[in-house]
Design a protein around this ligand. Structure first.
Ligand code: 13P
Ligand code: SF4
Length: 311
């Protein structure tokens, strides 16, 4: 029973007492973003986790992100407010099936999106995030055969943009898949001239209408830079909180789903984290990420390649 507990004050007290750093993804609830020590995209959060000298990493994001922090910083205690905060891309790519896919294509290397399990990272050669994928791929010879998983939309987007023909795993993000092209076109008609910024996890029929395609940090940068006063945001709408803080004079509208509003595009996994659960995690140092060393070291190899090639 948390009644009578001043949650924010307790989080402040515990973060000092535990020497904890609170990392949050842009898709977290505004109240979590506002008390985090650092808010960022997947790549930036991985770098922070690898560099921090805090003893505890309280990761406000989804499980694969907290696992990445643990892989890179095994001596830290990594806590995740809700261990059920998964990801539909991770779910779409069971390790046994991914291993079989790899075995069918022995002459291909596996370039893998960070949105996957530790086991799939361990089966991969190089990990990428949406902000580093193009830079990393440009360092791989054109004649190298590649399988890319688990996000077919991100993979397809990079294939088209960079003239590659990576073999794609058929996974999707349920959040970005939910944007409606029809509703987006209606919204564009209501706001003539407003640019559309989209995450590459969106399907091609949404990306076709985008003026800018990029990672969450890329979209945030575009929000600051674009010339105009209104922008349509085709990614998880909690990122709008950072845009409104950075450029309060501009208006940001979340791209709609089939029902005409953007609430269906809230990531249900990211939304599992709450201030109350963060408080309990800092208090109990649970739920805690633990990974066997053997698998961790294999996954770390592919993540280390990402960090080196993305820098
Ligand atoms: P970013 O790497 O762009 O932050 O994306 C993470 C994610 O899960 C998008 O759905
Ligand atoms: Fe996974 Fe999509 Fe949620 Fe990102 S928005 S964590 S890809 S389900």
């Amino acid at each position: 029973n948390l009644s009578g507990v001043d949650i924010r004050a307790e989080i402040e007290r515990l973060r000092k007492e535990r020497n904890a750093v609170i990392l949050a993804h842009y898709y977290q609830k505004p109240e979590i973003q506002d008390l985090a020590d650092f808010v960022g995209d997947s790549l930036e959060l991985s770098r922070k986790a690898a560099e921090t000298d805090a003893e505890v990493i309280a990761f406000c994001g989804v499980r694969f992100m907290a696992e990445t922090a643990k892989i890179l910083s095994p001596d830290k205690t990594v806590i995740l407010p809700d261990m059920d905060a998964g990801c539909s891309l991770e779910d779409s790519c069971p390790p046994e099936q991914f291993a079989a896919f790899r075995a069918q294509h022995p002459d291909h290397i596996a370039l893998t999106y960070i949105n996957c399990s530790v086991e799939v990272k361990a089966l991969s050669d190089i990990i990428v995030t949406s902000s580093s994928a193009e830079k990393i791929l440009s360092q791989i010879p054109k004649d190298q055969k590649i399988i890319f998983g688990p996000d077919k939309h991100l993979g397809g987007y990079i294939n088209r943009k960079m003239g590659r023909d990576m073999l794609l795993w058929p996974g999707v993000c349920i959040v970005h898949e939910a944007f409606s092209e029809t509703e987006l076109l209606k919204l564009k008609a209501l706001h003539p001239g407003a640019p559309v910024a989209a995450h590459p996890e969106c399907p091609p029929h949404v990306l076709d209408h985008a003026d800018y395609v990029g990672s969450t940090s890329g979209i945030l940068q575009y929000a600051k830079d674009f010339d105009g006063d209104t922008m349509i945001v085709a990614t998880e709408p909690h990122i709008i909180h950072q845009m409104e803080k950075a450029v309060p004079e501009k208006t940001f509208i979340g791209a709609p789903g089939a029902d005409g509003n953007c609430n269906c595009n809230i990531c249900p996994y990211m939304a599992m984290n709450t201030l109350e659960k963060l408080y309990i995690a800092l208090r109990d140092l649970e739920p805690r990420i633990e990974i066997e060393d053997e698998i961790r070291l294999k996954a770390k190899k592919s993540l280390d390649r990402m960090l080196a090639m993305a820098s």
